[in-house]
Design a binder for this molecule. Sequence first.
Ligand code: AMP
Length: 637
Amino acid sequence: MSRYEEFYRQSVDAPEAFWAEQARLIDWKTPPTQVLDASRPPFARWFVDGTTNLCHNAVDRHLAARGDQPALIFVSTETGTEKTYSFRELHAEVQRTAASLIALGVAKGDRVLIYMPMVPEAAFAMLACARIGAIHCVVFGGFASGSLAARIEDAEPKVVVSADAGSRGGKVIAYKPLLDEAIRISKHKPPAVLLTDRGLAPMALTAGRDHLAAELNLKHGGTEVPCTWLAATGISYTIYTSGTTGKPKGVQRDVGGYAVALAASMKHIFDGRPGETYFSTSDIGWVVGHSYIVYGPLIGGMATLMYEGLPTQGIDKQPDGGIWWRLVEKYKVTVMFSAPTAVRVLKKQDPALLKKYDLSSLRALFLAGEPLDEPTARWIAGGLGVPIIDNYWQTESGWPIITIANGVEQKPSKFGSPGVPMYGFRVKILHESTGEELTGANEKGVVVIEGPTPPGFMQTVWKDDKRFVDSYWKSIPGKMVYSTFDWGIRDEDGYFYILGRTDDVINVAGHRLGTREIEESISGHAGVAEVAVVGVADALKGQVAMAFVVPRDGGAVTNAGAALKLEGEIMKVVADQLGALARPARVRFVNGLPKTRSGKLLRRAIQAVCEQRDPGDLTTIDDPATLQQIKQLLSSD
Ligand code: AMP
């Protein structure tokens, strides 16, 4: 048995002993004596009688050894700001914010909704909540009033923490009017709003409700706010899942289990060491931002680099496709975390930019959030010369479910596979209608997790245990297992491959096809930069696949002859690789694909447009012109 296999076996055969050992990676006020309470499945309660605090573990406990070392490095290529906070400075900022929140009436268990751009004040607010036992609900800054209002109603916050504006690609996006409108339409009216004024957009203040952070900060300058010791099973935060329609689903996380899960992942998965720098290009509005911009690196004693801006603009606000690599060199980043979509953006830049900087500090690049296609993985692996590690997880899991734990044992990656199940996760592949376990190599089924789920995994849906059980644990007949709603296979070496959402599956003439498989095949064509495949209703075949391709050179978008030629070639690639059945009915060429700000393809919106249906809630769309172009293309058919 390899070292990792042994490690994994211990985690699933003797979870209590395993996690008791991992629990030593953090500080406890009261160390737990009972590691797991799984008496009420599918709920798992970890470190039941322990007390601890996330902010203590992220900030205070590092003061003695590394108080003057960098803790938070903020770089904004939108405002041309670059600023480093040491652990000691971070400690002071967090206490100031905590004092301001307390002054606004926030107490343990109260919710604080954070609607902020990528600025240090957002991290201060999250840590301040953790410090005093308030529950933070960070809402991605790209959401508009309607979505924000739904989240305000669900979370019922005592205070909303916000700012005058964010900025994207040099364009200022005023947040305050969006927030005012959200509060106007929400049934819950938060009694107080705490605002950071970045000087980007004018703000109209509502007397008695709105407070400027700068003014409260002055009052609470040197205030000491000690950490409130919390039950390990208490609530640290809720985060709303992306892509849900109707009522938002608040993924609820605990305190102690989350702290232990993150500390363990920093060691075993990310192999990040105290005193080093971690750079995640995500946003605090997403789970990756919670786990690996704010809490994980800091708990691990690392400096975290928080970045506001596009990957293609420099600190002087001029185009610079090498900005991230410049930062890796400057701050000696050892662990970097991004998303395949960002790498595909960079793929359009001059490859020489990858060689221009000294990237020797970098140990690995982790990518997550969506399938990592082989051409993209090969391109970035070749350019950087460090391991590219795909990791598969969900808002619900809080940390990677499937990846490679190089901190335990160096194991090779396989292109197209995120890797193997992480310790603590009993990942299985089940037949979707019989519930039977599929153990053979390359047998396709639903990826599920058997309980008890490990520390860090969601506790429940905020205020709705029933919804948690019904929506996640009851979809496989006859078995109470957590469904990821992803298709997957496991190869003969135990590596998993994720084949797309169970809800993205298309059915062509009675045959089931994963749009992801077709995309993978199409993106193998050298002329293709990006692709989305959707299933579109067809009178004859039930559904047919439609492919929308961003060509590497724009010719196919504007020139009908070039388009026809490339379409023919792409059809042939798919027919050759997957069979004629999977061949898309049409390949259309576009300038860009509709995505959320976090880079997820809005396949369902494309599909709706193809089927002349309403594309639904588009508040998270990054560039509405992409969907418009698809509409126009289809209407000219
Ligand atoms: P979210 O909760 O928004 O992060 O979305 C989670 C979903 O993103 C998963 O259920 C997968 O469908 C997809 N996903 C995340 N990471 C990966 C990955 N490494 N490979 C394939 N799909 C992924």
